[in-house]
Design a protein. Structure first.
Length: 248
């Protein structure tokens, strides 16, 4: 067994896990001196539960127990995030000039490709926060911002860093023969955001999560984008979301 403390969205979490590799996976977020406010323990049963959804069985066996433990750990952490005004969101997040931009869509649509095109377009001006499963924290103070945080769960290419930035906008992508962007209303964006958000089991946590998703839809600009895998697509979304006209 391995026990360590990692900090996500400024919340110290004690994790007890089976494999040393899980601790290594979280190394950039480990905070040995922090006092945990949440405690999670991953059992062999938790790991087995992560294997069950994979079908056919031959595919399930292709995943190592150590890999499945990383999934079980994030699932356990995500269950308690609503108590800290945070949610797990499925998307690729990139930071430019101190602001975070989120690209979301069903898996395989091209979120990571679009984020890569932003990095090609903007160079060192752009930094990856997380390429797959960031945490979003909803500040309740005077600033009232929604912050995107990096996590160890950053996609198959492990793109992301332990940084955070206020979210300036969200872009819901779909593949199309030409590049177009449409600003969505709160009512239009709400079901799309809900589809990409982890929903906890506990009723109280689920209620808090739904309230945060509603706040996202009400407060953040959300666009629907039909896009091609080109730099022209990246230039359009960057110009539209940031207001920077450099690439027009």
């Amino acid at each position: 067994m391995q026990r360590f403390t990692l900090t996500l969205v400024e919340v110290p979490i004690s994790a007890t896990v089976q494999f040393p590799s899980t601790r290594e996976y979280c190394a950039e977020w480990e905070t040995p001196g922090a006092t945990p406010v949440e405690h999670v323990t991953i059992s062999e049963q938790d790991i087995a539960a992560e294997r069950e959804p994979h079908t056919p069985p031959s595919q399930a066996e292709a995943f190592s127990s150590s890999y499945l433990e990383t999934l079980a750990l994030y699932r356990a952490i995500a269950q308690c995030m609503a108590d800290h005004d945070a949610i797990l969101f499925h998307g690729s997040v990139i930071e430019v000039d101190g602001k975070a931009y989120i690209f979301t869509a069903p898996s395989g649509t091209g979120k990571s490709t679009h984020a890569r095109l932003w990095r090609e377009l903007l160079g060192s001006q752009a930094r990856m926060i997380n390429d797959d499963k960031p945490l979003l924290r909803f500040n309740t103070g005077a600033a009232g911002t929604i912050q995107a945080y990096g996590t160890p769960w950053r996609g198959k290419h492990m793109l992301g860093t332990n940084i955070h930035a206020p979210v300036k906008g969200i872009c819901v992508l779909h593949q199309a023969p030409k590049n177009t962007m449409t600003r969505l209303s709160s009512a239009q964006s709400l079901p799309l955001l809900l589809q990409q958000t982890f929903r906890p089991k506990e009723a109280d946590s689920l209620e808090k999560t739904l309230a945060m998703i509603m706040r996202m839809a009400a407060e953040l600009p959300v666009w629907s984008m039909g896009c091609t895998p080109t730099l022209d697509a990246a230039a359009l979304s960057y110009t539209t979301m940031s207001g920077d006209r450099s690439f027009v």
